[in-house]
Design a protein. Structure first.
Length: 124
């Protein structure tokens, strides 16, 4: 007998847990959809589904065709892009420090005795 469950389900993790455990065949959500009409699309995005389109029935009430629903980038891709930016900025800082050291000379122009930097920045 197919069953459904309702009430106190607010996250896609809860929905997945109920379905995978076989406790229900369908999860019915009300409050999450009242709070966010695109809850299902956002839940799909959080699980790695991207470039979803607006539902066809929603396009009927739009004065012009809508663009595809755009979500945030893939979290892994976004993290990699941020890491690349950090590495690029570290290289820039390293180059600027070398230029400053070249102007100051081997013992530092201010007499501080700071030696010139020669090691390249490490990528972490």
């Amino acid at each position: 007998v197919p069953t459904m469950t309702v009430g106190a389900i607010t996250t896609y993790d809860e929905v997945n847990s109920i379905l995978v455990a076989g406790r229900a065949d369908l999860c019915v959500l009300a409050r999450p959809h009242l709070r966010d009409p695109y809850w299902t699309l956002h839940a799909a995005q959080m699980q790695g589904y991207y470039d979803l389109r607006w539902p066809v029935q929603y396009e009927a009430v739009q004065p012009e065709p809508r663009e595809p629903l755009r979500f945030l980038k893939d979290p892994k891709q976004e993290a990699e892009e941020r890491l690349q930016e950090v590495r690029r900025l570290r290289r820039q800082v390293w180059e600027l420090e070398r230029q400053v050291d070249a102007v100051r000379g081997p013992n530092g122009a201010d007499g501080s005795g700071v030696a010139a930097r020669s090691a390249s920045p490490t990528a972490t």
